[in-house]
Design a protein around this ligand. Structure first.
Ligand code: R5P
Length: 297
């Protein structure tokens, strides 16, 4: 039996196969069938490996989490000794406290549940705003928290143009600062108030000397969900005289209508990493993930 293998779910075959190629590991397909009522039937290949690395980014997560549960339990039953999960996008990380009485703290509940399923989790820029480390959320698991900032910074360099990088809210400072350092760009960060899933209010930074006239701005964020955060920021930048506004994002969640929201705000280019499969994918995370797996295996 091979020592380590990549197992891919249908939605992430391409990225899983690319990772297997980079590591020179065998790659096997997990098949899924959805019954008329949407129950999932998950089928693993015959036991192939002592160590299975599941590749499954957890956007639109509810079905995927059930299918991951079924796959992990089946792999253990087949005698697999070590299970790793490569989930470049890790969902359920945003709800880290009860904002209203009775609200489930999904981050902790899903984190605990994942820790009982797998031995290693490899993820990229998880949404951990009030939490220092993934280890407090997913206990007793070998958690590898990576950042796509280097990949985004290298991408900005390839544009070979002077650009100003702008983060749409305080939380984006960690990414925009790193991307700016790597690409040698200037940067600043706006402030945001969120009123609902689709209502935000952005205030552009008012540093002395900050002038957007004729500037080419790239908005940097970890996630685009409804698109309202970056769309509203872009609208304000154009009002302030910006020449061009583009978007560079790690996790291209793009819920229904998000693309239209960005286009109606006149955003010119939209680039994303392939942490979530989307037509805007321009930046591969394969090497970043492969290097990490080599270190922990
Ligand atoms: C929030 O803190 C995140 O960094 C993103 O800014 C947010 O998830 C974007 O959401 P939306 O695209 O729905 O405005």
């Amino acid at each position: 039996m091979a020592t380590s293998s990549i197992y891919t779910f249908p939605t992430y075959r391409q990225q899983g196969q690319a990772l297997a190629n980079a590591l020179n590991y065998p790659c096997y397909d997990i098949s899924t069938h959805h019954f008329p009522d949407k129950e999932s039937l998950v089928t693993l290949p015959e036991a192939k490996s002592d160590h299975i690395i599941f590749y499954l980014s957890l956007d639109y997560p509810n079905n995927k989490l059930i299918e991951l549960l079924l796959a992990c339990k089946t792999a253990r039953k087949q005698g697999c000794k070590r299970l790793s999960l490569v989930a470049p996008y890790l969902s359920y990380m945003r709800q880290d406290k009860s904002f209203n009485s009775g609200e489930a703290i999904s981050q902790k509940i899903i984190g605990q549940w994942l820790s009982e399923l797998v031995d290693d989790i490899i993820t990229v820029d998880p949404h951990l705003h009030r939490i220092e480390s993934l280890d407090t959320v997913i206990p007793n698991t070998n958690n590898q928290t990576l950042t796509a900032s280097f990949n985004l910074g290298e991408f900005v360099k390839t544009l070979k143009k002077p650009v100003h990088l702008l983060g749409p809210d305080e939380e984006s400072l960690q990414w925009v600062k790193q991307v700016a350092e790597i690409s040698g760009s200037s940067y600043s960060v706006a402030t945001k108030q969120r009123y609902s899933d689709t209502e935000v209010n952005i205030q552009l930074p008012k540093h002395v000397g900050q002038d957007y006239r004729n500037q080419h701005i790239i908005l940097i964020d970890d996630v685009i969900s409804t698109g309202h955060t970056v769309a509203q920021t872009a609208t304000q930048l154009y009002t302030a005289g910006a020449k061009q506004v583009d978007v560079l994002v790690t996790h291209a969640l793009f819920t229904k209508g998000a693309m239209e929201t960005l286009l109606s705000a006149n955003i010119k280019n939209i680039w994303s990493s392939d942490s979530i499969s989307h037509k805007t994918n321009h930046i591969s995370l394969t090497n970043l993930l492969a290097e990490t797996i080599k270190k922990i295996i």
